[in-house]
Ligand binder design. Structure first.
Ligand SMILES: Nc1ncnc2c1ncn2[C@@H]1O[C@H](COP(=O)(O)OP(=O)(O)OC[C@H]2O[C@@H]([n+]3cccc(C(=O)O)c3)[C@H](O)[C@@H]2O)[C@@H](O)[C@H]1O
Ligand SMILES: Nc1ncnc2c1ncn2[C@@H]1O[C@H](COP(=O)(O)OP(=O)(O)OP(=O)(O)O)[C@@H](O)[C@H]1O
Ligand SMILES: [Mg+2]
Length: 264
């Protein structure tokens, strides 16, 4: 794989760039405050640390949003992050809303993908309820690796006002987190969307993040050919093809929904 880690100087410059971005986005929106979902995972933890550095703890509010499938460890890690950073937070239960949805539409019961994505969308509704009421921006936690392969719920965790770590590959998020003093157990934790039981990103995607990051940097973002990428990284062409396929089929998630061109 290729080494995508930043040098010390680059890391410092990147951290400065991302905190400046958060200050600029809030200033442009005319607000002082932000809200974000805290899952106990490394992406939301890193964005919370960046937001506190950018705006101050008093301007950052966390939402811990457990569902039936959330592990107690992750939810207690989410609260630990809020306490460590001394930010305010609320805990709102997602499952009663899911139950109401399934009472109205029982056909979706047992469809773990449809229900799992609904959990992510319910979280977005909570984020915007708080953002509207309190005058806050919703900070996204998506990184480049997830965005490129569409590994997020459209209008769920993808429904946010800006993406502070949207240009970092997953491995770079971990490196930045470690440099900001995020506890080691959170930096090395197995990534999971926790939309259904026993889900992990790498199992579902069928590729580990180190390989995914390298293929994205080399082929999708770096524009090296499929064959050169496979040779350079010593991976099968099929693996590169798989990533390319995910990138292509998820394009609709990264764009504003289209409308027909005006008639001439
Ligand atoms: N070509 C196209 N043009 C326009 N729209 C298109 C489309 N193809 C599908 N669609 C629409 O998109 C929908 C499918 O997209 P979507 O609803 O997102 O659903 P989908 O992509 O099927 O599932 C979301 C994926 O993201 C993962 N995820 C979600 C949330 C968080 C995380 C995490 O890492 O924490 C990961 C989740 O595990 C799952 O693999 C379709 O039902 C359809 O409405
Ligand atoms: N139980 C939850 N409570 C609050 N927010 C959540 C919860 N689950 C998911 N989210 C939100 O959805 C985002 C997307 O989840 P995702 O799993 O990609 O990120 P993560 O949990 O921060 O990191 P990782 O990918 O390493 O698990 C989270 O960063 C968080 O903002
Ligand atoms: Mg997670």
């Amino acid at each position: 794989m290729i080494d995508l880690r930043f040098s010390e100087a680059e890391l410092e410059a990147r951290r400065d760039h991302l905190t400046t971005f958060i200050r600029e986005r809030t200033a442009a929106a005319g607000v002082d405050d932000v809200v974000l979902g805290l899952s106990g995972g490394i992406d939301s933890t890193t964005v919370a640390y960046l937001a506190v550095e950018a705006l101050g703890a008093e301007h950052v509010h966390g939402l811990v949003l457990p569902a039936r499938v959330s592990s107690e460890d992750n939810m207690s890690d989410a609260e630990r992050v809020a306490r460590d950073l001394e930010i305010s937070y609320d805990v709102f239960e997602v499952e009663p809303v899911i139950e109401t949805l399934l009472e109205a539409y029982p056909a979706a019961e047992g469809d773990h993908e449809a229900v799992g994505n609904a959990r992510a969308r319910v979280r977005a509704v909570f984020n915007y309820l708080v953002a509207n009421h309190d005058g806050r921006l919703v900070l996204g936690t998506g990184n480049r690796s997830e965005a490129a392969v569409g590994y997020f719920t459209k209008y769920g965790d993808g429904a946010v006002d800006c993406h502070p770590i949207g240009n970092l590959y997953k491995g770079q998020v971990r490196q930045l987190a470690a440099s900001m003093g995020v506890p080691e157990d959170l930096v090395t934790k197995t990534p999971t969307a926790e939309l259904w039981a026993d889900q992990t990103d790498e199992d579902e995607l069928g590729i580990d993040y180190d390989t995914l990051d390298s293929i994205l940097a080399t082929h999708i973002d770096g524009r090296l050919s499929k064959a050169s990428t496979a040779r350079l990284l010593e991976v099968d062409k099929e693996t590169v093809e798989m990533v390319r396929g995910l990138y292509a089929t998820s394009e609709h998630k990264r764009n504003v929904p289209p409308a027909p061109e005006p008639l001439e």
